[in-house]
Design a protein around this ligand. Structure first.
Ligand code: CP
Length: 339
């Protein structure tokens, strides 16, 4: 496929190589990034190829390229966030875009303005991309239906967190290269985890085997049937953590998402820790090259022990760093800046 070269294209290397490596950008067909269920494996590969270039930019003393100069990116968060919000904002700034950042408590939402009116207001202000986090599953889809502006889902309720799914898979790929036959164990509150859902879609067709390990109360009813219906045969369910961890290559505990839980999912935190905490002793059951990941924020001492969170196998901080490159790649791709 012929490569389309943009005069604004980032100069991605300081070592004589002054443009992006050849990329089939024509593959890209998404105005919005809402989840990974509609991403082809070639499209995920394209995001990673561009992210590789962004990693080079991030390694420079001056982490700034003019690719999105003159563009404005709105960051609308209706829920708390540290890493997603900060990394999207940094990603936009490193690409040269202007940013406007709103949180619901300090916007006209506090005066009763609807989501749609807030979004239309931003569109009227001619922002080019809206990044939205919302406690209601589906809110970014409603946004995308009502707007011409690109929408990126930064986490909607229990539903999806596509940029997190991409940065998780990118981190695994950079560690292992060939993913065929590797075992990923995702542990804990699957029921309320948008990260788990996006990871399930993102790992489809990668050769990875994903084990969801949780008490029965944290596995949505009908999940095995749903996985089968969707052709997600790379995913299995296991309730015993010691069995799940055997030979694992990636171990990813999840936080108990108390903000989305009703009561009664676990008998007590102490019991949950006893059965499901990833600690040093349990990690010995994993494979020799195991990596520990966590989407954050962590509750150390609950789903993960302090020693595991900061052990040599932990790539938790690397995930955060990779998140900036992945989000730069997504902003670049949805921007339509090509020529
Ligand atoms: N992983 C994640 O979404 O973290 P934040 O809530 O800090 O953005």
């Amino acid at each position: 496929m012929e490569r389309i070269v943009s005069p604004n294209e980032p100069k991605l290397s300081t070592a004589g190589q002054e443009s992006l490596p050849p990329l089939s950008i024509g593959l890209w067909r998404h105005r919005n990034v809402l989840d990974l269920d509609d991403f082809l494996s070639d499209e995920i590969a394209l995001v990673f190829e561009i992210a590789d270039g962004m990693v080079e930019v991030l390694a420079r003393d001056v982490k700034k390229v003019p690719t999105l100069r003159g563009r404005t990116i709105a960051i609308m968060f209706y829920e708390p966030s540290t890493r997603t919000r900060a990394s999207f904002e940094l990603a936009a700034k490193y690409l040269g875009a202007d940013t406007v950042s709103l949180d619901s408590a300090k916007s006209s939402v506090a005066k009763g303005e609807s989501l749609i009116d807030s979004l239309r207001t931003l569109q009227a202000l001619e922002v080019n991309t809206i990044i939205i986090r919302h406690p209601c599953s589906g809110a970014p889809y409603i946004a995308a239906q009502h707007l011409q502006t690109s929408v990126i889902n930064a986490g909607d309720g229990c539903h999806a967190h596509p940029s997190q799914g991409l940065l998780d898979l990118y981190t695994i790929k950079r560690k292992f290269g060939d993913l065929k036959g590797r075992k990923v164990v995702i542990i804990g509150d699957i029921m309320h985890s948008r990260v788990a859902r996006s990871n399930i879609w993102g790992t489809r067709s990668t050769g990875l085997h994903v084990v969801l390990c949780a008490p029965k109360t944290f596995i949505p009813q009908g999940m095995p049937e749903m996985l089968e219906k969707c052709g997600l045969d790379h995913v299995s369910i296991e309730h015993n953590l010691d069995h799940a961890l055997e030979g694992a290559d990636v171990v990813m505990p999840l936080r108990l998402q108390k903000e989305r839980q009703q009561s009664g999912f676990i008998s007590s935190i102490r019991e949950y820790v006893r059965l499901y905490q990833v600690n040093g002793e349990r990690l010995k059951k994993a494979g020799p090259d195991v990596i520990v990941m966590h989407p954050g924020p962590m509750n150390e001492g609950v789903e993960i022990s302090h020693d595991v969170a900061y052990c040599n196998s932990s790539l938790i901080e690397q995930q955060v760093t990779n998140g900036v490159a992945i989000r730069m790649a997504l902003l670049y791709l949805v921007s339509g800046v090509r020529n």
